[in-house]
Design a protein around this ligand. Structure first.
Ligand code: UD1
Ligand code: UDP
Length: 362
């Protein structure tokens, strides 16, 4: 069996890291195609180094653009590649534009699509990711879910349960596999911060970056944090902070470029609390037992709230500050969600080996 695995954006690299060795061990040939959605060294190359990922066999150089421009460019290039290579399946991960482009290109070539991290729903259609998730899931022959709630979401949307397999959260497996290499890392010291005595923040969702008033509320809350804040800034966010005069590293907020994966895990582990709008960071905070505050209107990672690791607040200064105070005072003792373990990639490989049924009519 031969599978092509699509990656394009930062969280994709992290999600596929455990997969390639597990697929190979199960006799599945796996090649990576990188669409080039993310291209800065700090948003792409660093993850291949940190995760010891094999070089992509193909690099499509799609780059940035509007949603249609970026998705269409990735579709055109993926279609050309898939028409020649004709793998037995195309594996896509997560919910970025490269995920959707891969699913659309493959399904019309009658190549079965396998979606890892299927079934998550925020029920907020203003999020591009929600659109990408919903469409990708409808087009997928095999849907591999990270939580049981995702299976229920898919069945409710009419997906045949025979296509769904609960495999667990591959982001958790990447983290567990990387942790031994993070053990001795003290990334916070590089920023003059002490372990357990700072807050880590990330913000990149359009619902925050593209609404100046929300971005200003988040920054105001970070500035009144009782502990210093370290804020590695996503390339989408930096120009928005600059436009609105929010870039100055004042009042105890240290802004820095995006950091590598191993440094990020070290920073997340050693933070007193995390403030974020990232999907992956919510999950990692849950795994690392660092209390999290999610600055969004919704989350598709509801399980992190259910276990007591996370609290959802909108982008309101007073609500964020109150939630941060609660997070800093809270216990770090909560259960790890089911199948957020180091066997996810094996379950993925087993699901593939047991067969990918073609879509109806194919
Ligand atoms: C994308 C995903 C989002 C994911 C995030 C992970 C979509 C619709 N969104 O958002 O779900 O959470 O990646 O980080 O796919 N840029 C650079 N250098 C880069 C990459 C991007 O400067 O290497 C800048 C460009 O100005 C670009 C902007 O960031 O226009 C946004 O990049 P894009 O890939 O379109 O979306 P993200 O916000 O990164
Ligand atoms: N991450 C990183 N460096 C950073 C910020 C995030 O390595 O400066 C990692 C983080 O640990 C997680 C992933 O990137 O594994 C999350 O990606 P992101 O927040 O960009 O996207 P999302 O998960 O929201 O789609």
């Amino acid at each position: 069996m031969r599978v092509i695995v699509v990656v394009g954006a930062r969280p994709n690299f992290i999600k596929v890291a455990p997969l390639v060795p597990a697929l190979t061990a199960h006799g599945i040939a796996a090649d990576i195609v990188h669409t080039g959605q993310h291209y800065d060294a700090a948003m792409s190359d660093v993850f291949f180094e940190d995760l010891e990922l094999p070089e992509p066999r193909w690099f499509l150089g799609v780059g940035s653009g509007t949603h249609a421009t970026q998705t269409a460019a990735a579709m055109v290039k993926l279609e050309e590649l898939l028409a020649v290579e004709r793998p037995d399946a195309l594996l896509v991960v997560g919910d970025v534009n490269s995920t959707l482009a891969g699913a659309l290109a493959a399904v019309k070539l009658h190549i079965p699509v396998v979606h890892l991290e299927a079934g998550l729903r925020s029920r907020d259609f203003s999020m591009p990711e929600e659109v990408n998730r919903l469409v990708t899931d409808q087009l997928s022959a095999l849907l591999l879910t990270p939580v049981r709630e995702a299976d229920e979401n898919l069945v409710r949307e009419g997906v045949d349960p025979a296509r769904i397999r609960f495999v667990g959260n591959v982001m958790a497996e990447s983290l567990l596999r990387a942790l031994p290499r993070v053990e001795a890392r003290d990334a916070c010291a590089r920023y003059g911060l002490a372990r357990g005595a700072y807050v880590l923040a990330t913000v990149h969702r359009p619902e925050n970056t593209d609404h100046p008033e929300r971005l200003a509320e988040i920054v105001a809350a970070l500035r009144e944090s009782p502990l210093p804040v370290l804020f590695p800034v996503h390339p989408r966010t930096r120009p928005r902070l600059a436009e609105h005069g929010l870039l100055a590293s004042a009042h105890g907020v240290v802004l820095t470029d995006p950091v590598g994966y191993l440094d990020m895990l070290s920073l997340e582990r050693d933070a007193a609390a995390i403030v974020t709008d990232s999907g992956g960071v919510q999950e990692e905070a849950c795994m690392l037992h660092t209390p999290c505050v999610t600055v969004r209107r919704s989350t598709e990672r509801r399980i992190t709230i259910e276990v007591g690791a996370n609290r959802l607040v909108g982008a309101w200064r007073d609500k964020i500050s109150a939630a941060l105070a609660d997070a800093l005072a809270s216990s770090r003792d909560w259960p790890t969600p089911e199948f957020w373990d180091d066997r996810v990639s094996v379950r993925v490989a087993e699901a593939l080996v047991s067969g990918v049924e073609p879509m109806p009519g194919v």
